[in-house]
Write a protein that binds this ligand. Structure first.
Ligand code: AMP
Ligand code: GLY
Length: 404
């Protein structure tokens, strides 16, 4: 069996590591391209048996639909279902229509109407979102009217996020702790993965600029029976019913971005692909074979499948280049990867390999992931192993997995 993975970050490295554990897999290809037809032709020429797409852009552009036209097997949502990530307005409407627990909101296509709403609303903080894909940057939490009006002007007038800002979603601010739950669906059933907690800010104590994610702990320390019940009854089950009622038919991942508040669990967003770095943290906990689970979803047999998980905690810490997410240097030699203990995973993200040597080549350079019986042990182990890896300007957060 030949598998093609689209993308070249830490998430795709983790998917490759897991896919390779299936004895039927002879070859795994990785490809980065924004051209659906180039990827399709490669898959046809190489007779790829299964394609897995890492990030959202190609899904939203309709890669799954194009692959299906030529009978290529691909895992992920079609263009319509990918809109649940590609358009926040579409996603919020879906949530509202199907009674899914989410923050109250209004959508606007005209700046004047949005301004008017803000001037009348007067409750702060308030959340202002560009509806389209904005690489995780299109959400602004405004603390007062001035900031809110500026955000609207930046998005709708100055087009800070291009056409992603043609529609603006203005949303009630929810106070709580965030939780990521990935899941797999064949649109007959949704099987959730273990819960996780991403740490998105660059600095310790959740301070500073937003990043693509600096580390993840699983299970999420705030996950408990009440949270699980809230999630399943108010979010997971109605999402599945909604997919069925709206005749959405696909096999893919649904990543629920959740907020646990004092009065319940709310859905902030859907991502229709695996999370980065959630995937790096979660796949080592998955006992089941990933290719078999994906095959079951594609064959609409998920209801006959059980995903087995290790009864352990996993901690993923990102080693980044100093200066990320702003300016940073590249090309620093990375040493010591070979000294990392065999039961700890190193997934490469922004790394270039030349003559058998590793060099930094991006902001988030690599992920080290460790598992143990307790959260504390997993955290201790991952930081111990990370010390073995060196490169100039190595930056990491020391508080991944910590509860505040
Ligand atoms: P989103 O892309 O919609 O998940 O938003 C990105 C981030 O903005 C989330 O991970 C939250 O940290 C924050 N956020 C989004 N919506 C809300 C909300 N309604 N209340 C509070 N924080 C939010
Ligand atoms: N870790 C958040 C994301 O993948 O969008």
């Amino acid at each position: 069996m030949k598998v093609l993975i689209i993308g070249a970050g830490g998430r795709e490295d983790a998917i490759m590591w897991k896919v390779k554990q299936n004895p039927k897999v002879e070859k795994v290809y990785k490809m980065t391209s924004n051209d659906i037809f180039e990827i399709r032709d490669f898959a046809l020429n190489e007779k790829i048996d299964l394609t897995i797409v890492g990030s959202e852009e190609l899904l939203v552009k309709g890669i799954v639909d194009e692959f299906k036209k030529v009978d290529l097997r691909i895992f992920g949502p079609n263009k319509e279902a990918a809109m649940l990530e590609g358009s926040k307005d579409f996603a919020k409407e879906f949530m509202k229509k199907h009674g899914i627990s989410t923050a109250s909101y209004e959508s606007f296509t005209e700046k004047e109407k949005a301004d008017e709403y803000i001037k009348k609303n007067g409750k702060y903080p308030i959340v202002i979102k560009a509806s389209g894909l904005a690489a995780g940057k299109g959400v602004i939490i405004a603390e007062n009217e001035k900031e809110a009006l500026k955000a609207i002007s930046d998005i709708m007038e100055d087009k800070a996020f291009g056409t992603a800002g043609d529609i603006v979603v203005i949303e009630e601010f929810l106070k709580g702790v965030e939780m990521s739950i990935l899941s797999i669906t064949d649109t007959n059933i949704i099987l959730p993965f273990k819960s996780a907690k991403d740490h998105k800010k660059i600095s310790e104590g959740e301070k500073g600029l937003n990043t693509g994610g600096m580390g993840v702990i699983s299970p999420n320390p705030y996950h408990n029976e009440w949270v699980e019940k809230e999630f399943v009854e108010k979010i997971l089950n109605p999402t599945l019913e909604g997919l069925k009622k709206d005749n959405m038919d696909f096999a893919g991942i649904i990543f629920f971005g959740l907020m646990i508040t004092e009065d319940g669990v709310y859905l902030l967003e859907y991502n229709m692909r695996m999370g980065d770095p959630e995937t790096q943290c979660l796949l080592p906990l998955m006992e089941s074979d990933l290719v078999s689970v994906i095959d079951a979803a594609l064959d609409k047999k998920l209801s006959e499948t059980e995903i087995k998980w290790k009864d352990e905690h996993s901690c993923c810490v990102v080693a980044a280049s100093l200066g990320y997410p702003e300016k940073y240097e590249k090309g620093k030699e990375i040493t010591g990867i070979e000294n990392v203990s065999e039961d700890t995973q190193v997934f490469l993200a922004g790394v270039k390999v030349e003559n058998g040597k590793y060099y930094t080549n991006g902001g988030r350079v690599l992920n080290v992931v460790a598992q143990a019986k307790t959260r504390e042990e997993a955290i201790e182990k991952v930081y111990r192993e990370l010390e073995k890896i060196s490169f100039e300007g190595k930056y990491l957060r020391k508080d991944i997995g910590k509860i505040y």
